[in-house]
Design a binder for this molecule. Structure first.
Ligand code: NAD
Length: 256
């Protein structure tokens, strides 16, 4: 379905971003990966699906590096047809104890990076009259949780940016939508599981169940594979008039 299309997925060396990149690769898209840590492993996983794959290591907190990444993608594959703004980090602390540098980093990586990548991707999408911008927000783009001020503020911002991007392009073939996962067992969440297990002196499995039980009625983690299939739907012909939605995959979290 996505042959001859190019998808750039930020923060795709791990977790949800890698899951979405693999789902788009399975549909035939060329993939531009981004993120830190092991690069060769994720590149090999994409190549094994028969897709062309490239990588750029831009730090998504730095606008000049985002510009370099977008220029690189255009040079490698002609243009970016599908942009998935996914890179994100977390820090958990009450507001009065929240480190200022962590606030700035979360707003830069989780929110401002999506603005920069979007503003740079739009002109080519508009010229082609086809584009898909998919913002990985969170259920925390819709509801709050204690001790996640920066994350919740940034993710609510992402949902707002999604609506404006969708509206400004509503008469064109360029759509923008957000995905709002609940708990997904990636390294980002495993750190929170580990912290709970250590704080309460309980096992990893008990900590996972506690985390799910606090928020997610299904008592099940959403998977990167499921999120990848939702991204594929947004890119499909049936998704052509889905504009500006924030679509939960949260096991009922926000329905309560
Ligand atoms: P993860 O830690 O597994 O992956 C994060 C990715 O972002 C990695 O590839 C990492 O290298 C990259 N990254 C981090 N800082 C970066 C930077 N400055 N520049 C470039 N890349 C950077 O986390 P994940 O759980 O897969 O999270 C992906 C997205 O999904 C985030 O936006 C997160 O907020 C969101 N999300 C996660 C969950 C969850 O439960 N895991 C739930 C809702 C939303």
């Amino acid at each position: 379905m996505l042959a001859n299309k190019t998808a750039l997925v930020t923060g795709s060396t791990s977790g949800i971003g890698l899951g979405i990149a693999k789902a788009l690769a399975r549909q035939g898209a060329n993939i531009v990966l981004n993120g830190f840590g092991d690069v060769e492993g994720p590149k090999a996983e994409i190549a094994a699906l028969g897709a062309q794959v490239a990588y750029h290591g831009a730090d998504m907190s730095k606008p000049n590096e985002i510009e370099a990444m977008m220029a690189y993608a255009a040079t490698e594959f002609g243009r970016v047809d599908i942009l998935v703004n996914n890179a994100g980090i977390q820090h958990v602390a009450r507001i009065e104890a929240f480190p200022v540098a962590r606030w700035d980093a979360i707003v830069a990586i989780n929110l401002s990076s999506a603005f920069h990548a979007t503003r740079l991707a739009l002109p080519a999408m508009q010229a082609a009259n086809w584009g898909r911008i998919i913002n990985v927000a969170s259920v925390h783009g819709l509801v709050g949780s204690s001790e996640k001020s920066a994350y919740v503020a940034a993710k609510h911002g992402v949902v707002g940016l999604t609506k404006v991007t969708a509206l400004e392009n509503a008469t064109s073939g360029v759509t923008c939508n957000a995905i709002c996962p609940g708990w997904v067992l990636t390294p980002l969440v495993q750190k929170q599981v580990d912290a709970k297990a250590a704080a309460l002196g309980i096992s990893n499995d008990d900590a996972k169940n506690l985390l799910l039980g606090e928020k997610e009625p299904s008592m099940q983690f959403t998977t990167p594979e499921e999120l990848g299939e939702l991204a594929v739907f947004f890119c499909s012909p049936a998704g052509a008039n889905v504009r500006g939605v924030a679509w939960n995959m949260d096991g009922g979290w926000a329905a309560q």
